[in-house]
Design a protein around this ligand. Structure first.
Ligand code: AGP
Length: 607
């Protein structure tokens, strides 16, 4: 997730201060580097560097850009670590075109190789730079700027919101959108494009939505919309937005956490865009290892616990998930050159995880990393890393980053299974088609928010809860419990359902709420027995079940129904969502702030 902006002002007003102000309001979308570009005296002038907006302003005075038209960008690194070269805007060989981008261009490697063969020379490691060179190559073969952008966009796979300027048409910004957000604003003083409405909301509340596969040409006088497929003009009237800036930043949600829960169809889709090269590289490394450990803390550890089932069941490989703070003390003696440590950390800066990684490196292990922060210490310590592409997560409780981590880990397990030739083609096909359906399943589950709200109202005053699951959904139960602890400050227990009769069951009395994560998979018949054990002791049964499940449904006091047909290895990604909602809603009902729970930090940088 990055923030892009384009501004075209009337009466020769200078665009620099306006772009700067818009970027400040987009900083929540990413903040590892920043840049602006405009055509000044017939030349593209770019000011950009690594760092937060105010740091780069201090260094380069980005708010001074004496031109009426320009573009800007605030970055959340995906391809290429944060650096001046990788900061946007990116330019072509002739420095005649500048581009800013939010999204992921999946076929950038093929395009880059093709363009390099044609003689283009690249300055960055980003996927975005290919766009500048691709547009340049169409312009060189005779197309005007707008047509060149249209042809270039048609060659791109993946997700993109792009804004571009050119020395050939210095009064114009050309933008194009597919699957990444881009909104347009129109006012009597000029026109705008941005990743999100808050960017320009103080200057105009007249908004036009750009749809997928559409492009727009923006000048200070007007905005013209086109269809990407054939260049035909599209007519669309602006509408009025009456949100406050604060509400607009949360896109209408009362809290960032709720916004982030709702972002999961998109963030999981973005996680699944991981380039196969990195998955294969990780699979190759793991295939050669004698021992594999998954290390992490908190929610990231729960993603690792879920993945350990998938590595066993799909790749037929034993991996050991260990909480990072225990890793070296417990397993230090086993770590050597034949060991692979896959460390997972949203922030990439968690002190316990980094200490475990450093300890493993000293003992000769190969380090693989998954992080939401490309350029973080974890990615720098890793021999190979994958960025999970979730965009910034502002709520202290991890939500969208958990589901993205499970998605990436599942992809790695499948790549390893493929390498080891232990997955039947039919199984692979089922999983691939499930990945395609995953964002839709998540969208369907988001519609259950009101049902979870009714459950939250009924149980919000309970003094304790228990979460039970079997197989891979032990991890889901653990994660649901962690959300409730963090946000509602309610003591809660999570267990493997089969283990509950070996001790926990003594706690259960009439009215005690027990939450079952119970998909209709190979664990189903056994979990029915566990539900009955709890019911017999008077527990109130709340179940997250498959929509076709009549059995657990009939034994439960309250149910949340999930779409049918989700493969077991992907079930935590979908089944955790009602548990995120439940913790959020109970927290709000009890008068807490779910975005900033007491005693917790987003990134724990002390051991
Ligand atoms: C999750 O809701 C928590 N905020 C916390 O457990 C977190 O997952 C843990 O501190 C690990 O953080 P990391 O993924 O940034 O390393």
């Amino acid at each position: 997730m990055c923030g892009i902006v384009g501004v075209a002002l009337k009466n020769g007003f200078e665009v620099g201060p306006v772009i700067y102000e818009c970027l400040k309001r987009l900083e929540y979308r990413g903040y590892d580097s920043v840049g602006e570009a405009a055509v000044i005296d017939g030349k593209i002038v770019v000011k950009k560097d690594k760092g937060k907006i105010d740091e780069v302003e201090h260094e380069l005075a980005i708010s001074r850009l004496p031109a009426p038209v320009g573009i800007g960008h605030t970055r959340w690194a995906t391809h290429g670590a944060p650096s001046a070269e990788n900061a946007h805007p990116h330019t072509d060989c002739l420095n005649s075109i500048a581009v800013v981008h939010n999204g992921i261009i999946e076929n950038f490697m093929q395009l880059r190789q093709e363009l390099e063969r044609e003689g283009h020379s690249f300055k960055s490691r980003t996927d975005t730079e290919v766009v500048a060179h691709l547009v340049e190559s169409y312009v060189r073969s005779g197309d005007n700027f707008v047509e060149a952008v249209r042809k270039a966009a048609k060659r791109l796979n993946g997700a993109y919101a792009l804004a571009m300027i050119s020395i050939s048409d210095p009064d114009e910004i050309v933008c194009v959108r597919k699957e990444s957000p881009l909104v347009l604003g129109t006012s009597k003083n000029g026109n705008f494009c941005a990743s999100d409405i808050p960017a320009f909301l103080p200057r105009t509340n007249q908004v036009i939505l750009l749809e997928d596969d559409e492009m727009a040409v923006i000048t200070s006088e007007k905005i013209t919309l086109f269809r990407l497929s054939d260049g035909a003009t599209v007519l669309r009237e602006p509408f009025t937005v009456d949100w406050s800036i604060e509400r607009a930043v949360k896109t209408g949600y009362p809290h960032f956490m709720l916004k982030e829960i709702h972002e999961q169809p998109i963030s999981v889709r973005n996680a699944l865009r991981t380039h196969p090269i990195y998955l294969d590289l990780m699979a190759l490394t793991m295939d050669r290892a004698k021992r594999i450990f998954l290390i992490a803390c908190g929610t990231s550890n729960h993603a690792c616990i879920a993945a350990s089932y998938t590595f066993a069941n799909l790749a037929k490989v034993s991996v050991t998930p260990v909480v990072a703070s225990e890793f070296i003390d417990s397993y230090g003696a086993l770590i050597d050159q034949d060991t692979v440590v896959l460390a997972v950390s949203q922030s990439g800066e968690t002190a316990d995880t980094l200490s475990a990684v450093r300890g493993a490196r000293e003992r000769g292990a190969t380090i693989l990393g998954i992080s939401n922060s490309v350029g973080s210490t974890l990615t720098r310590l890793s021999d190979v890393y994958i960025g999970q592409n979730s965009g910034p997560e502002i709520g202290v409780a991890a939500t969208k980053t958990f589901t993205a981590q499970v998605a990436v880990l599942t992809k790695i397990a499948i790549a390893l299974a493929h390498k080891r030739q232990v997955l039947r083609p039919a199984e692979l096909e089922t999983l691939e088609s499930a990945f395609v359906k995953l964002p839709d399943w998540l969208s369907q589950v988001l519609l259950q928010e009101d049902q979870v709200m009714r459950i939250a109202e009924k149980y919000a005053e309970k003094e304790s809860f228990c979460y039970l699951g079997r197989g891979i959904n032990v991890a889901t139960a653990l994660e649901g419990r962690l959300k409730l602890l963090e946000l509602a400050y309610i003591p809660a227990i999570a267990y493997a359902a089969g283990e509950s009769k070996h001790g926990f069951i003594s706690v259960v009395e009439a009215g005690y709420p027990v939450i079952f994560v119970a998909p209709k998979d190979e664990t189903h018949s056994k979990i029915i027995g566990n539900v009955m054990e709890m019911k017999a002791r008077g527990a109130r049964i709340i179940s997250i079940i498959d929509e076709d499940d009549a059995e657990v449904g009939s034994l439960s006091d309250d149910i949340v129904r999930m779409p049918a047909g989700i493969p077991s290895s992907l079930s935590p990604i979908v089944y955790v969502v009602p548990l995120q909602f439940l913790a959020y809603q109970i927290s709000v009902k009890r008068g807490h702030d779910p975005d900033f729970p007491r005693n917790l930090a987003k990134s724990v940088t002390v051991q």
